[in-house]
Design a protein around this ligand. Structure first.
Ligand code: PBG
Length: 327
């Protein structure tokens, strides 16, 4: 022994060319999905203060944002509707002329041939109590009554032309009910992106402002406990059995271990949602000059992909796609 290292892993890190050659993880714009908010009854976009750079769109600016997204080459857009009126059962969620359905029609007409158009299938944007379902007389979220509302929502969204629905309410049986409702209405080709492992997370904070949620309390009786990994695999099994086409883990960065486990076990594509609080943290630190903004954004997306996500929902989708194009 000379005392010098026999093995020198640094050899593969010496130049940009060799690093590029051996990179295991490569992001592509096609795998990015932009979540977008559209609000009823506004004539100008409304900035979301806790998500600098993100707005509640008017129907018109949403159309423009969708075109921009298509031109950036991203893979899809996930639409969230913010209705003018909320009520106990979230009626606007099943109104064929409700804001989300209008937005679906607008975006499909504009870029439906270039982007996969997706919609959030959940009641929290539409209910005046802010829960993801309807309430039982005792105030708890009524799982099975909510499923009936989801079935209706799925058909109304599919009638509006959506390509993929994203049931995000974490009700038991939601994927099966949605699949059956879509098939029963002749929408066999509308896919289901299942929010499979969705945690009761503080990282959703800014989103509540984004959709004008009136939630008091929390979602711990239906979203998963951050302490648990095993139930994510049970949810995966159930969602697959009920007909999920894609499965998703959410949030992303604090749940990379869950993402890895789900990716290892899933026979269908696995997506991850980099949520509002993840976006807000990076933007806030960057605004203070504490981190390098673009570098950190790309590092977060790379980490999420490395952990097993093939599709990534991120509010930076368009910007990241442009960055990737320049590389
Ligand atoms: C439910 C839904 C939520 C998010 C996406 N779909 C909010 C929640 O469950 O409280 C959060 C997304 C984000 O924080 O970016 N409709």
């Amino acid at each position: 022994m000379t005392g010098f290292p026999l093995h020198r892993p640094r050899r593969l890190r010496t130049t940009p060319a060799v690093r590029r050659l051996v990179a295991e993880t490569r992001l592509h714009p096609a795998q990015l999905i932009l979540p977008a908010f559209v609000r009823e009854g506004i004539s100008e976009p409304v900035p979301i203060s806790s998500m600098p750079g993100v707005v509640q769109h008017t129907r018109d600016t949403l159309r423009k944002a969708a075109v921009e997204a298509a031109e950036a080459g991203i893979g899809g857009i996930m639409l969230f509707g913010v209705p003018a009126v909320q009520d106990a059962v979230g009626s606007e969620g099943t109104n064929p002329d409700g804001i989300l359905q209008q937005a679906i029609r607008d975006v499909v007409a504009e870029v439906g041939d270039r982007l996969v158009v997706m919609s959030d299938l959940c009641l929290d944007e539409f209910t005046d109590h802010g829960h993801c379902g309807v309430l039982a007389p005792d105030g708890s979220v009524d799982n099975d009554a909510t499923l009936e509302r989801y079935a209706e929502m799925a058909v109304v969204q599919a009638d509006a032309g959506v390509h993929m629905v994203g049931p995000s309410g974490m009700m038991d049986g939601q994927i099966g009910v949605v699949r059956e409702a879509l098939d029963g209405a002749g929408h066999q080709d509308v896919a289901v992106l299942a929010y499979t492992a969705k945690y009761a997370s503080g990282f959703f904070g800014p989103f509540r402002e984004a959709v004008g949620s009136s939630l008091k309390g929390d979602r711990k009786s239906y979203q998963q406990d951050p302490a648990n990994a095993r139930e994510a695999l049970r949810e995966l099994e159930l969602d697959l059995a009920e007909g999920a086409d894609l499965v998703m883990v959410k949030p992303a960065m604090a749940y990379l271990d869950i993402l890895r486990q789900v990716a290892d076990a899933s026979p269908v594509p696995v997506a991850a949602y980099q949520v509002s609080g993840e976006y807000a943290m990076v933007e806030a630190a960057a605004a203070n000059g504490w981190i390098e903004r673009e570098r950190v954004i790309m590092e977060t997306l790379t980490s999420i992909q490395r952990a097993g996500a093939e599709q990534i929902l991120t509010y930076w989708a368009v910007e990241a796609a442009r960055t990737l194009r320049q590389q």
